[in-house]
Design a protein around this ligand. Structure first.
Ligand code: NAD
Length: 271
């Protein structure tokens, strides 16, 4: 049984990590997929690996014209759009406020928010007419950093918190025609990259020393998931049959970071 037959999705940042896992999972669930991706090599790999089931647009989520182009190319290939997934993001590599010079902070804020927050809003706006027509839905990729500190520095954390507001506001504004929800994954080893403005453009989280142990240590379920492990909630939210009553919802899929507690009281490992 597949959950997304006849569904056409547009996924930003579909060339790597969670976005690429979503492309594969949605296709396996019966969907066709458009992708907006700034890395041309990653986009070419998608076309090679998934053939006619995917159409890519090379561009920047922070540019409205690129979002429009991705919607148009998806509609031209597949004839409709049911699900827009705002997923592309960049990271601040945990840089604390005190370590920014003022002008660097100024530029880093604009760079990160342009992708992580503005990109989702521009994409939602570009996709809106097609989603209204299909009575479709929007899904934002959030993070544990949308709810708790220390999943990034102040730029990444505040940007992910901002998306909680975006989900709620758009769910309010776009009902009853378009559902708007979010998924908040926890850590995963991907190529999530940094910022030109603070000198971390060439880095990605897969290079962070001890990343897996860090994730396992702060996750009650004691896991460091793979991107594919986070795809189920997206399939659920995209499915009209299974999530037709859900809007304004955010699924925390972070291995239980919200129930870490203040002390180590459980003996869960001994159960
Ligand atoms: N990796 C983690 O630990 C983690 C944890 C929680 C949430 N997330 C979230 O998961 C989502 C996917 O990140 P990932 O970890 O798979 O990273 P990733 O870098 O592997 O994938 C992100 C993709 O987005 C693309 N991209 C980046 N900026 C873009 C832009 N301006 N325009 C178009 N494409 C752009 C990149 O080229 C890349 O292909 C992000 O929203 C991220 O914040 C990641």
């Amino acid at each position: 049984m597949t959950w997304l037959n006849d569904n056409v999705a547009l996924i930003t940042g579909g060339g790597s990590g969670l976005g690429r896992a979503l492309v594969e999972r949605f296709i396996n669930e019966g969907a066709k997929v458009g992708v907006l991706e700034r890395n041309a090599d990653s986009a070419a790999a998608l076309e090679r690996d998934f053939g006619d089931a995917v159409v890519t647009t090379i561009g920047d989520v922070g540019c409205y014209a690129d979002n429009v182009s991705a919607v148009e190319r998806t509609l031209a290939r597949f004839g409709r759009l049911d699900t827009f997934i705002a997923n592309a993001a960049v990271f601040d590599f945990f840089q604390p406020l005190v370590q920014y010079e003022g002008d660097t902070l100024d530029r880093a804020f604009d760079e990160l928010f342009s992708v992580n927050v503005k990109g989702g809003l521009l994409g939602a706006r570009a996709a809106l007419p097609a989603l209204v027509q299909s009575r479709g839905s929007i899904i934002f990729t959030l993070s544990n950093a949308a709810f708790y500190p220390a999943g990034g520095g102040p730029l990444y954390t505040s940007a992910k918190h901002a998306l909680v507001g975006v989900v709620k506001q758009l769910a309010y504004e776009l009902a009853p025609k378009v559902r708007v929800n979010g998924v908040a994954p926890g850590g995963m080893r991907t190529r999530l990259g940094g910022l030109a403005s603070n000198g971390t453009a060439g880095m990605d989280v897969s290079q962070v020393e001890g990343f897996e142990q860090l994730v396992i240590g702060v996750t009650p379920l004691r896991i460091c998931p793979q991107p594919a492990d986070y795809c189920g909630p997206y399939v659920l939210l995209a499915s009209r049959t299974n999530a037709g009553t859900m809007t304004g919802a955010i699924i925390n899929a972070d291995g239980g970071m919200g129930v870490r507690g203040l002390t180590q009281i459980n003996g869960g490992e001994d159960l």
